[in-house]
Ligand binder design. Structure first.
Ligand code: PXP
Length: 244
């Protein structure tokens, strides 16, 4: 039987850095956004250090780790450079994501099934350093199975296709989360979630954490970051308690 536990909200602050970098200065500050998110009830801060540093920079990761009173989830590609940074910074968690320079955002899940041998070293070294490793995957039986074989403690489902309204995606997430529970994997989800589509995902009791960025930062322009986070929390908690 699944025990319904509180659903955590990780706030992804990448796009605060996108706006800052547009003028090359220091405003708006991702650190300030993270501190505000903490005050507004976020359970964690997520930031993606991309190979091309298009938004979050190395210094941001250091500041977020040192100065924010919440677990830091570092999203990164499985590369030697990123591994070195993660082992030095020691965030609470690392989410391994696929990365292509030319993509606008992370466009799909990691092909863990194909890259298993390559990823093994990353999962092992990060885990040995006490960092919780999650693998960002599409909701697919083969990928869930490969993640379990790699002994990653967590998987995060890419909800982009669901958010785009692709037929059958919600059912795939539902089915894969049941499979993951049987394999003792903790499930998270994220990408493209907003006020309109979050409830169905939040109502899946096996999913323990949502990571949400673009919509919250965009909504912050109109409502303020704190109000956007509070509203998202209300929707998540409501769906958890009463269903979508
Ligand atoms: N989870 C992961 C692994 C991601 O790569 C991203 C995007 O950086 C998100 C969650 C958040 O997606 P969005 O910005 O669309 O909410």
């Amino acid at each position: 039987m699944t025990i319904v536990q509180k659903l955590r909200l990780g706030v992804n602050i990448d796009h605060v850095a996108t706006i800052r970098n547009a003028r090359g200065g220091v405003h708006p500050s991702p650190l300030r956004a993270a501190q505000l998110a903490s005050d507004a009830g976020a359970d964690g801060i997520t930031a993606h250090l991309r190979e091309d540093r298009r938004h979050i920079k190395d210094r941001d990761i250091e500041e977020l780790k040192m100065e924010v009173n919440l677990p830091l989830n570092l999203e990164m590609a499985a590369t030697p450079e990123m591994l070195k940074i993660a082992l030095k910074t020691k965030p609470h968690a690392v989410c391994l994501v696929p990365e292509r320079r030319e993509e606008v955002t992370t466009e799909g899940g990691l092909d863990v099934s194909r890259l298993k041998d390559e990823l093994k070293r990353y999962v092992e070294e990060l885990s040995a350093a006490g960092i919780r490793v999650s693998l960002f995957i599409n909701a697919d039986a083969k990928q869930v199975e490969a993640a379990a074989e790699l002994k990653a403690p967590v998987i995060e489902f890419h909800t982009g296709a669901y958010a785009h309204g692709e037929k059958g995606e919600y059912e795939k997430i539902l089915c894969s989360s049941t499979q993951a529970e049987e394999l003792n994997l903790e499930c998270h989800a994220g990408h493209g979630l907003n006020y309109g589509n979050v409830s169905k995902i939040a109502a899946i009791p096996i999913i323990r954490e949502l990571n949400i960025g673009h919509f919250l930062i965009g909504e912050a322009v109109f409502a303020g970051l704190d109000m956007a986070i509070i509203e998202m929390r209300v929707l998540m908690d409501k769906a958890r308690k009463f269903g979508a």
